[in-house]
Design a protein. Sequence first.
Length: 326
Amino acid sequence: MKVHILDDWFDTLRALPCFAKLQGLDVTVWTDHCDDVEQLAARLQEAEVLVLFRERTQITRALLERLPNLKLISQRSAYPHVDVQACSDYGVLLCSNMHGGAPAYAAAELTWALIMAGMRDLPAQMASTKAGTWQVGVGKTLRGRRLGLYGYGRIAKTVAGYAAAFGMQVQWWASEAGRARAAADGAAVAESRAAFFASSDVLSVHVRLKPETRGIIAAADLGQMQPGALFVNTSRAGLVAPGALLSALQAGRPGKAAVDVFDTEPLTDPDDPLLRHPNLIATPHIGFVTEDEFDLQFSDIFDQVVAYAAGTPIHMINPEAYSGAT
């Protein structure tokens, strides 16, 4: 069975323990990124199985119709980048482990790193030191300050544990159901949405991007934040209304933002207005980019490939596309 793996930019997977699960299969690993549908289709003409690296490549109807040999797409987590209906129309099974158990510790750790970097202004302090000009500005201590967590899920709960260790107060906001769960667990839920944004010294977003959550954070929400507050987003840029974060930074509410996600990815334009803003700390969507997280994620993904090859597919999203042939 011919397996093609897309977007392994640093050729990491072959060195991980989980890669041994593909032993005996014909595996091709692509270490660059290709957006051109025709070029991508030419590369993947012989592919029977396509392994995706998160959301790095869009799987569209235009691509699928050019891949007559494709039978399986294997990936992990949500799949807004995959045209599931087109997969079904072309008889391509999509398997994706939605991992309902453990949180993504790598994403939680990066969130905390960005909080630390933002509150102590580490990028500017580091640049000043390297430039020979020593200290620049004054940071803020975390202990005693209030962390607002938007979304009552696994990653946010892990971040809340870090906050407790640093002596921060934690308050929550989420969907109505999420707020009810938080209250039932004894967590401190803000009295209102407006109060949540206005009273958080640091506000971090941990919501899954779906049609109903796209643009859930509006310009008016950000405008209620304090001038000295920090906004953090390691989830998805689409959770914030288009242009709202740049406008908020330009208006000085919040005073700073630290983000790992952008509307356009990969973002390679150094003149992008948001990227260039002096009060933005930015990382290139590395929340999940650790060897440990890769081994965890691709162990699940490769298990799906092996199960399909054995005629017993697992984690099927569109089971109607499975013909029983391997």
